[in-house]
Design a protein around this ligand. Structure first.
Ligand code: 7TS
Length: 398
C-alpha cells in the first residue's frame, strides 16, 4: 500500500480536473488571444473557470483575479508591487508580516529590507498564531501593507484574518493574505475579511502545478511586474496557460462547495484526528502549537528522541510520504524556522513530522500509517537510546 500524507506540499490532481484539462492540449490548443475559432473557441471554458474562481473565494464581479504561475509569484508580486507603488513612489516605508510566513513572503521581505524598507515580523504565541491586536500595535503612519497568512503550512494554524482585516480597514492599510493552505480546507471569503489581495496555488487543492492566482480588490492599484502583453486586462503579460487555468477553476469549484468543506471537516478531520491520537499515545509526543484552531487536514507532531529526517526515511521505506517541514526546505537539515518561532528548544525543532491529509485518503491507509509510525518510533528510539541520548545533552551540542 502507498500512503500519501504530504498534501501541504502538493496534492494529486483530481481525475475530474485532469479530464477537463485534456481537450486543451491537442484539440483546442489555440492562443486564447487569437480571433479564430482555435483561439477564441477557448473563451467560454475560460470564463467558466474564472467564474468558479470568483465563487470559490466570494470575490465581487468588479474585483480582479489574475492568473499567475503560482502562489510564489502572487506573493512576490504583492510585496514588490506595493514597494514600487507606495514606498518608492509614495511616502510609506513599512510592511508588517509574521515570523512564520512561507519563505515566498519572508525572503521577499528580506530582499525589500536590503532596499531600505522597514519590515516588522510579528512573533507567534504558544499556539503558533498571532493576536490581531499585535497588528494594531505595529501599524505606523508609514505602514503600506500587512501580509498575514490565512493558514500556516507547517502547523495548519489559522490566523485571525477577519479581525486583522477590520484593523487594516480602520487604519487605511492594504491587507494581503497568503491563502495557499486555506483554500478548500476552510471557507475563504475575501469580502467578509476586507481583503485587498490573496494568493493561491492550484496544486494545493487538487489542481495542476504551475498555475495560481492573485485576487486584487476592485480599485486597488498594483504595478504590473510582467510587461510585454495585454493579457489579464493588462495586469500581467504572457499567454495564459489555458489548460491549467481551466483545471484550476474546476479544482476550486470542487474544493470550495459547502459540501466539500463539510467533507474536510468530517472525513478528513476524522482521519487526521485518528492518526494524531494514535501517535500521541506514544510517550513524549506533542502536537506543535496544540490542537485548536487548525485546518482539518494537518498535524505537526514532535516525537522526542526521534529525528524528523530519520522518521521520514523509515516511513518512505514503507511507501508513506510525509515531511518534516516545507518540501522546498527539506534538503537542508536546518531546524524548521516555524518551530524556532515557537521558541521551541532545538531538540523539539528537529523532531517535528508533518502529516497532511486530503479527501483522497482512506481509513485503511491511516491504519497502515499508524502501524508503520509506531514501529518506526520504537526502532528509532531504541537506536538513539544506545547512544545514551538525552534531549538536554543533545541541545548543548548544537
Ligand atoms: N505559500 C504557502 C503558505 C505555501 O505553503 C507554499 C508552498 C507556497 C506559498 C508556495 O507555493 P508554490 O505553489 O508557489 O510553490 N508550501 C509548501 C510546503 O509547505 N511544502 O512544500 C511546499
Amino acid at each position: 500500500m502507498e500512503v500519501y500524507l504530504d498534501n501541504n506540499a502538493t496534492t494529486m490532481v483530481d481525475p475530474k480536473v485532469y479530464e477537463a484539462m485534456k481537450p486543451f492540449f491537442c484539440d483546442m490548443y489555440g492562443n486564447p488571444n487569437s480571433l479564430h475559432k482555435f483561439g477564441a473557441g477557448t473563451h467560454p471554458k475560460m470564463v467558466e473557470a474564472l467564474n468558479y474562481l470568483y465563487e470559490g473565494i466570494n470575490a465581487a464581479d468588479e474585483d480582479d483575479i489574475i492568473i499567475t504561475a503560482n502562489a510564489t509569484e502572487s506573493n512576490n508580486w504583492v510585496l514588490k508591487g506595493v514597494w514600487i507603488d507606495l514606498i518608492l513612489n509614495g511616502n510609506k516605508n513599512h510592511i508588517i508580516t509574521t515570523e512564520v510566513e512561507h519563505p515566498t513572503i519572508t525572503a521577499t521581505c528580506k530582499f525589500l529590507e536590503e532596499q531600505g524598507v522597514s519590515v516588522t515580523y510579528l512573533g507567534v504565541n504558544d499556539e503558533g498564531t498571532i493576536d490581531a491586536a499585535s497588528v494594531r500595535d505595529a501599524i505606523r503612519e508609514d505602514t503600506a501593507l500587512v501580509s498575514v497568512m490565512w493558514a500556516n503550512n507547517e502547523t495548519g494554524k489559522l490566523f485571525p484574518i477577519k479581525e486583522i482585516g477590520q484593523i487594516c480597514k480602520e487604519n487605511n492599510v492594504l491587507f494581503h493574505s497568503d491563502a495557499t493552505q486555506a483554500i478548500g480546507k476552510v471557507v475563504v471569503d475575501v469580502q467578509d475579511t476586507n481583503m485587498d489581495f490573496i494568493s493561491f496555488s492550484a496544486h494545493k487543492f487538487h489542481g495542476p502545478k504551475g498555475v495560481g492566482g492573485l485576487f486584487i480588490k476592485a480599485g486597488v492599484e498594483l504595478t504590473r511586474l510582467l510587461h510585454g502583453g495585454e493579457q489579464m486586462g493588462g495586469r500581467r503579460a504572457g499567454t495564459v496557460d489555458v489548460a491549467s487555468m481551466i483545471g484550476m477553476g474546476l479544482a476550486m469549484k470542487l474544493a470550495t462547495t459547502p459540501d466539500a468543506i463539510a467533507y474536510e471537516n468530517d472525513h478528513v478531520k476524522r482521519l487526521r484526528d485518528k492518526l494524531e491520537a494514535a501517535v500521541l499515545e506514544l510517550p513524549e509526543t506533542i502536537v506543535i502549537g496544540g490542537k485548536d484552531n487548525r485546518t482539518p487536514n494537518t498535524t505537526l507532531i514532535s516525537i522526542r528522541g526521534v529525528e524528523g529526517e530519520s522518521m521520514l526515511w523509515d516511513l518512505n521505506q514503507q511507501a508513506i510520504g510525509a515531511s518534516t517541514g516545507s518540501a522546498c526546505a527539506s534538503e537542508d537539515l536546518e531546524a524548521n524556522p516555524v518551530m524556532n518561532a515557537f521558541g521551541s528548544d532545538s531538540e523539539l525543532a528537529h523532531t517535528g513530522v508533518r502529516f497532511s491529509l486530503s479527501r483522497f485518503n482512506t481509513d485503511e491507509e491511516i491504519d497502515f500509517a499508524i502501524e508503520t509510525i509506531v514501529n518506526a518510533v520504537n526502532r528509532l528510539r531504541t537506536i538513539s537510546s544506545s547512544y545514551a541520548y538525552t534531549p538536554k545533552n543533545h541541545a548543548s551540542e548544537l
